[in-house]
Design a protein around this ligand. Structure first.
Ligand code: TEU
Length: 590
């Protein structure tokens, strides 16, 4: 590149930076529907930005320390202000709460702590009035042991509900070992004296697995789904559904299989038959979002869930990009990029993926994929939001991440609520394991890091509750909260709204093809998103240090700055052949 040309580009660049500095980069456009006219197979669930609410932690309205539906209703205008299109609500059904609502004892009623069916109807109405859709959690791999079905099933071997669950008569000896996620002894078969038999529970002993082999169970589930869909909800996220089908000859599984449990428990022999039946019976009759949590162990497995020709679900939510160990830093950006490119190559022409970095089963996004120290928390949070909102696939974004909420890192086991953490601790205690290093590890990995109450303001309990919060509040709430960030045009929250608006109005960012550049670069994730003539280049410096990104020739035409997470002009130095990226800087160019 000649010097004159590079100076010219630098000038264009600085002008863009200057104006972006004034307006704080790109401003939301008005709805840009005409730009989408050439898009094939448009669907609302492809274009939606999904915001996940963990209701227990979002907003408490009655002072019992637990979030509730009225609390969410009181924050509908906040949700609207984010620009998101749909909400995925974690389970709100009646439950003894062994696993915070993932153990349901009545699928057609609302958990008392959360409110009433009237509250639910008001919530749904309030959301729809604001143009926000509602996706509910459907937990039907298992129920609660306090569900009437299980009570009946347990009561005698001849009860009509006996086959709603998996039982193994003890006179046949011990059943083949099955590992359990949450059991204190990691045993999924639990002996029940009442009928001298074992029942199966992949999760806690209070979450017996439903027997999907039984057509009556399947019909019950389809009826439950229709009950909610007929109320007008907009879809389901189906909890742990990849585990629903089991090989009921209970073969011996290889030693150590629990290290790759999705491979052995996921994608059972009839899983796709069930999904096709569910589609015929339920989904085909509604224009809704359908997502199974988990989608096997490879892109090819995931495609089977959502290949339109197979008529099953519409979004595949796989775990490869979160099951990377403790931190992205340890896993390596180069390996991380490979996951996305591998999936994209299988999904580029059909099928549809979810994109996410966090949920209620994960530590905080910024603590795992970014850097939550005081110097880098804000920039890295913004960079991660940029990533989730500019990749191909429907973004599932976890509440609180828009503020840059970070891991709380509890010191004591008593601070934890999560059944997984508590039972693993018990397990280790009983087997004389290393409790100290376990607690150290949980500071990074425990699910409770993502479940601490939402930080609304600087008032008592971060404005979450006037009572005693069910889980401790992160002390950083005094600076990391909505009230402070709403007033700050450079906050993580303000940035989030901008990137949401940008995506929503862009066919390229939603539907455009994805192309990775400089795949071996250990610090920078660089890719383009292209739809017809609309093209974006996204540069993400996933590191604590400044780095120069060398522009290949074909990227030199991207000279207009659309959005960056830094505000000062000096933050970007365009010298013609390379762009200097500041620590955790994200840059979107056109
Ligand atoms: O999680 C199920 C599940 O399979 C995850 O534990 C998954 O394997 C893991 O996150 C992969 O990294 C769901 C719910 O999301 C969770 O909260 C429940 O505890 C669980 O089901 C049981 O219902």
């Amino acid at each position: 590149m000649t010097t004159r040309f590079s100076i010219l580009l630098a000038v264009i660049f600085l002008t863009a930076c200057n104006s972006s500095n004034k307006e704080n980069a790109v401003l939301p456009k008005n709805s840009n529907d005409s730009a989408f006219t050439n898009v094939k197979d448009r669907a609302w669930w492809k274009e939606a930005v999904v915001y996940q609410i963990y209701p227990r932690s979002f907003k408490d309205s009655d002072g019992d320390g637990v979030g509730d539906l009225k609390g969410i209703i009181s924050k509908l205008d906040y949700l609207k202000s984010l620009g998101i299109d749909a909400i995925w609500l974690n389970p709100i059904y009646t439950s003894p709460n062994d696993d915070n609502g993932y153990d349901i004892s009545d699928y057609r009623s609302i958990m008392k702590e959360f409110g009433t069916m009237e509250d639910f109807d008001a919530l749904l109405k309030g959301m729809h009035e604001r143009g926000i859709k509602l996706v509910m959690d459907l937990v039907v791999n298992h129920s609660s042991d306090e569900h009437e079905w299980f009570k009946q099933s347990r009561s005698s071997r001849t009860n009509p509900y006996r086959n709603y669950y998996h039982w193994w008569p003890a006179e046949k000896g011990k059943p083949t070992y099955r590992w359990s996620f949450f059991d204190v002894k990691s045993e999924a078969w639990r002996y029940d004296t009442l009928t001298n038999a074992y029942y199966l529970h992949y999760f806690s002993k209070k979450q017996p697995d439903l027997n999907w082999e039984n057509p009556k169970v399947r019909q019950e589930v389809y009826d439950i789904m229709k009950f909610w869909l007929n109320k007008g909800i907009d879809g389901f996220r189906m909890d742990a559904f990849q585990f629903a089908s089991k090989d009921t000859s209970w073969p011996v599984l290889p030693k150590g299989y629990e290290k790759n449990v999705i491979k052995y428990y996921g994608d059972g022999p009839h899983l796709h038959d069930y999904l096709q039946e569910m589609n015929r019976e339920v989904y085909s009759k509604y224009n809704v979002m359908s997502v199974a949590e988990g989608a096997g162990s490879s892109p090819e497995d995931a495609m089977k869930f959502v290949d339109p020709d197979r008529k099953e679900l519409n979004i595949a939510y796989h775990f490869e990009s979160v099951d990377i160990g403790k931190t992205l830093n340890d896993y390596g950006l180069v390996n991380y990029k490979k996951i996305f490119s591998r999936y994209d190559s299988v999904f580029k022409d059909k099928g549809w993926l979810a994109i996410f970095m966090a949920n209620h089963d994960q530590p905080r996004m910024v603590s795992k994929f970014g850097n939550d120290d005081s110097a880098n928390r804000e920039a890295s949070s913004k960079l991660l939001s940029t990533f989730v909102l500019t990749m191909r696939g429907t973004p599932f974004y976890f509440n609180g991440d828009e503020l840059g909420m970070s891991n709380i890192r509890f010191n004591n086991i008593e601070d934890y609520n999560d059944v997984a953490t508590r039972n693993q601790y018990e397990n280790l205690k009983n087997t004389s394991g290393d409790l100290k290093s376990f607690l150290e590890d949980k500071k990074q990995t425990s699910r409770d890091n993502g479940r601490t109450p939402f930080q609304w303001n600087t008032e008592i309990n971060a404005g979450f509750t006037l009572g005693k919060p069910w889980l401790k509040i992160n002390p950083n709430y005094t600076t990391v909260n909505v009230a402070v960030q709403e007033k700050d045009s450079n906050s993580v929250l303000t940035y989030f709204k901008k990137i949401v608006a940008l995506r929503k109005n862009s066919p390229a960012l939603i539907y455009g093809s994805y192309k990775l550049y400089d795949e071996k670069n250990p610090n920078v994730f660089a890719y383009t998103r292209t739809f017809n003539t609309e093209k974006y280049l996204i540069l993400l410096n996933f590191s604590n240090t400044k780095t120069d990104f060398i522009l290949p020739d074909e990227l030199k035409s991207f000279t207009r700055l659309v959005l960056t997470n830094y505000t000062t002009v000096t933050a970007i130095n365009f010298t013609g052949n390379s762009i200097q990226l500041q620590p955790w800087q994200s840059v979107i160019l056109k």
